[in-house]
Design a protein around this ligand. Sequence first.
Ligand SMILES: *Cc1c(COP(=O)(O)O)cnc(C)c1O
Length: 409
Amino acid sequence: MWFEHLRQRLDGLDARDLRRRLRVADSGTAPRQRVRDPQGGARELLMFCGNDYLGLAAHPAIAEALAEGARRWGGGSGASPLVSGHSAAHAAVAAWLGEAFAGHIPRARALGFCTGYMANLGVLTALGDAEVELFCDQLNHASLIDGARLARARVSVYPHADTAALAARLAASTAARKLIATDSVFSMDGDIAPLRELLALAEAHDALLMVDDAHGFGVLGEDGLGALQLLDLRSPRLVLMGTLGKAAGLAGAFVVAQDRVIEFLLQSARNYIFSTAAPPLLEHAVLASLRLIQGPEGRRRRAALRERVAQWRAGAQALLARHPGLGWRLIDSHTPVQALVVGGNAPAMALSARLEAEGLRVPGIRPPTVPTGSARLRVTLCASHAPEDVDQLLHALERAALSAALEVA
Ligand SMILES: *Cc1c(COP(=O)(O)O)cnc(C)c1O
């Protein structure tokens, strides 16, 4: 019964061309990566799909800090944080984060989680009890959606970035407590949530504002502190989630909020309490990464990243202007997440395949991940891309646009 059912489900994915496949990499991401193909060969691809925005995953200081951490601490933490897994290395990371965000969140304190996915589930399930209403942007990341589903709170999904619609729902809500949850940088479009307006709404309606800064931490703001720094937000109502697997080049996540919120999470976030703490060697390296992010090296890398984003946007806009008949469009974004909307599923996937044949990995994204008719290439840029790398992508797209234009004609 079971096996036949599962075969049918998998066949259904194949029939709709939706089967996802794991690919094996033979090297780190830097931004070229050796990737095995299904036939057993291996090729080096120029990647425009990773989230290692500052290129820190390949930084020698990070590898050295991991080795140093391993020599000092050995392997795993051996237990959950409240039992005996919370090391001085974990405490140092939390202290650094608490201090770094003190200007944005009064009495800021940090709590570490093993992944961003876990952090979002932990926060929403702990805070979202049955007396709470959660207000979620329609384009929120899957981990916020899953957290909202698992929470006992009532959930209200508002249209993307629509603060007027949200205001109306907040005003109509009879819940005892309210929490607004949003991505800062939306992962498929790269646009930034109207956080100032959302915070004003949170203040007006006595709500908390949870900001998932997975794509902003390390990237946005003068010191790389992310969206709160970019937009100069300050409030005790902010609950910030940042990941360490993206711009920080490692793994893990943190939540920063005012002391009392964090103390409550420590007492009640089940996936914090009942899961083994991250290895201390990782925390040792995270501290090194945080220092790089905040220091001159991070600043240099953020400047390089901004240049690559500007170069890509100028080049892509010129390309679209040369080929208006294709109906391609570039979503307005000044973050490293750049979406080139193609439209139909088949053309978007064909474009992605064509780029890959030319040695460039740029994933095509289809519904249901994005709305019907907006299948796209999702291009991510990082500080380790050279200007020539971005040119290589633009040239390959130009060739693809020329042949697509011939087909249209
Ligand atoms: C990647 C991502 C997460 C999950 O973080 P992990 O550390 O990879 O689990 C959460 N939210 C958003 C918006 C993300 O892009």
